[in-house]
Design a protein around this ligand. Structure first.
Ligand code: M6R
Length: 612
């Protein structure tokens, strides 16, 4: 969702801004624009469409400046159109702003400004901001820090979420930024500074970052950055060194980021395991110190997340309940926020978010904190907003995930949840030692088993070739196989635009089987030896009604009526989703490729969903 970039230094800002926007393309957007200060004036170039389009327009626009702000817009208020693209400028032409988030009271502010004589060109909520800044600027008498004071007065009137970058033709040596509930980071260079919505966009230039907090302002000059709180008291801030390699954000010879990220899974899982799990040792986490007393006091665990992260939570719930015997509920973050959850100081709330910036998940975390619960964040992005809100954080260390469709983050989240469950069970003494030792060795074997699946994709490609023109598909499974069915179905929907549903196989007869007719595609996951016969009966029922079937299994099945079978290596059913999801990731990928779709940037979707 909306991406923000900024530059101030000695170099020409435009190529740096365009490069930054390209790095943020994965977040999802429909228009792009930049603003620079040139010859004492603000010059804005923007349009609907891709950053490549903006780049072409810029190359003919004779832009030359050492300061600039840039934006990719994911439309919320106002259709995708040049007029609604950011940056937006005030009526006097002196203040330009880019914004990520939503201004909830923009109508009220628009009315106020209209009464004061301001007019508006766009349908956006953002356009009130530069005008409000101008209004306060003209009403401030003192000359000291007039620009910052005007921004602060304007921001004080905003309700909602925002990451803002503001430039002024009257102050061509500074960029002012402020955030609330939307991400923004500042990269420190040598005689130059960078701003972006996230770290990967700046990795080419620096590894030193300031992570802006909610309601914190920064005034950024080329060789100096000053930080202020909401009341404009200045404070110092610690720099964070981020060790990510800029190459990790490249495609490295793969056709798409999604394919690269699928293939990275053996390695990302090794990184997630790290030193947390070693054979013959108890699992350990440097970042949390839960005691036996505390774990015994927990009456319930909530796992809260959205989309794929929520699906990882479902697998985590199974692990925690099996190994720790603590009742665990999984809730969609946008539901948790408004369902008046029963949470108190004896509830542990775990929040899973790859980006760490998902607005609903962060709001759900804040709610649980207010109710006195302990909060633990699982994120992939160091220093992301959720990690700063939570009482404790553990990182997946899966490396940057660029494709909108989450793949390696999911498998790392599942691995981490299972190691966490083992850790808790070792403190609580709730699991059989031998069983745990075998599970640990199965976890350590995962990367090698994934390599096997990655090397045999021909059946899945053949199946994708057969079914890619279809309009509906169904996924079936029981237990953790059902959790994976949901993830496979989501993956297919989001990148291939094929309607699909996942059902608990036992639910089929309670309604959905009415949809099964000749030629309908049904994909079944069968990895739990205790449930094989049950699921097989359900698959047989759809075959009888003419369904085309793909079965993903680690069992020796004698039934030959399936159209396609993919055999994956055997493992403990607690972690089998980590293996069975991989053919489903490939299935979605190959179907989308067959349809000629952009797998990395599916329509309407954003990588970080930073608005409600
Ligand atoms: O960054 P998060 O893990 O919080 O994102 C949550 C969902 O938006 C995300 O998993 C989404 O469902 C993916 N596009 C799925 O592939």
């Amino acid at each position: 969702m909306c991406g923000i970039v900024g530059y101030i230094g000695n170099k020409n800002a435009t190529p740096i801004l365009i490069n930054g926007l390209q790095c943020l393309e994965y977040r999802g957007y429909d228009s792009a624009g930049i603003a620079i200060v040139q010859n004492g004036k603000i010059n804005i170039v923007k349009d609907k469409g891709r950053v490549s389009n903006l780049k072409n327009i810029c190359s003919n626009a004779n832009l030359n400046s050492n300061i600039g702000i840039a934006h990719t817009r994911w439309a919320t208020h106002g259709r995708p159109a040049k007029i609604n693209s950011h940056p937006h400028i005030d009526n006097s032409g002196n203040f330009a702003a880019v914004h990520n988030g939503i201004i909830e009271n923009y109508n009220e502010l628009k009315e106020f400004l209209t009464l004061k004589g301001y007019s508006f060109l766009s349908e956006t909520d953002t356009e009130v901001i530069p005008n409000l800044i101008h209004y306060y600027y003209t009403n401030i008498i003192s000359d000291n820090d007039k620009f910052l004071k005007a921004v602060n007065s304007a921001v004080d009137k905003l309700r909602g979420s925002y990451a803002l970058e503001i430039i002024s033709s009257l102050y061509p040596d500074q960029i002012i930024v402020v955030r609330k509930d939307s991400p923004l980071v500042i990269g420190k260079g040598n005689g130059e500074n960078f701003i972006a919505s996230d770290i990967p966009a700046m990795l080419y230039y620096t590894k030193d970052f300031y992570l802006l907090e909610d309601n914190e302002y920064a005034v950024i000059y080329k060789d100096n950055i000053t930080f202020f709180d909401n009341f404009l008291s200045e404070h110092s801030k610690t720099i964070k060194n981020i060790e990510w390699d800029a190459n990790a954000t490249e495609k490295n010879g793969y056709e798409d980021y999604m394919l690269k990220e699928i293939y990275e899974q053996p390695n990302s899982i090794r990184e997630t395991i790290g030193s947390r799990l070693e054979l013959g040792e108890k699992c350990s986490f440097d970042d949390i110190n839960f005691t036996l007393e505390y774990l015994k006091s927990i009456n319930k665990i909530y796992i809260v997340a959205c989309g794929t992260a929520m699906h990882a939570g479902l697998v985590g719930k199974n692990a925690i309940e099996k190994l720790c015997k603590i009742p665990t509920e999984v809730e969609i973050a946008s539901e948790f926020r408004y369902c008046e959850p029963i949470v108190d100081k004896n509830t542990l709330c775990i929040y899973i978010s790859q980006s760490g910036e998902t607005a609903d998940t962060i709001a759900a975390l804040k709610l649980a904190k207010e109710k006195g619960a302990k909060t633990l964040a699982i994120s992939n992005v160091i220093g992301s907003s959720i990690t700063r809100e939570a009482d404790y954080t553990i990182y997946t260390h899966a490396g940057p995930e660029i494709a909108v469709a989450s793949t390696k983050a999911y498998t790392s989240q599942v691995v981490l949840m299972v190691i966490l469950a083992i850790h808790f069970s070792e403190i609580l003494g709730t699991s059989d030692k031998e069983y745990i030792n075998k599970l640990k060795s199965d976890i350590l074997d995962l990367p090698a088993k994934i390599e096997v699946i990655l090397s045999e994709t021909n059946i899945i490609q053949e199946f994708a070739n057969k079914v890619y023109t279809e309009h509906d598909m169904y996924f079936l499974g029981r237990g953790t196989d059902y959790d994976v069915a949901m993830e496979g179905s989501l993956k297919l929907k989001e990148i291939s635009y094929i309607h699909s549903e996942a059902y608990a196989a036992g639910e089929l007869k309670h309604g959905p089987i009415a949809l099964i007719e000749n030629g309908v595609t049904v994909i079944s996951i069968i990895t739990n030896s205790n449930l094989v016969e049950k699921t097989l009966s359900n698959v047989q029922e759809v075959i009888t009604r003419g369904a085309k079937t793909l079965v993903i299994t680690n069992q020796k099945l004698t039934n030959t009526d399936f159209n396609f079978v993919i055999t994956i290596p055997e493992t403990n059913s607690i972690i089998s989703p980590i293996l069975s999801v991989i053919p489903l990731q490939f299935l979605a990928y190959y179907i989308a490729k067959n349809k000629g779709l952009d797998v990395d940037k599916p329509r309407n979707l954003a990588k970080s969903v930073t608005v409600e």
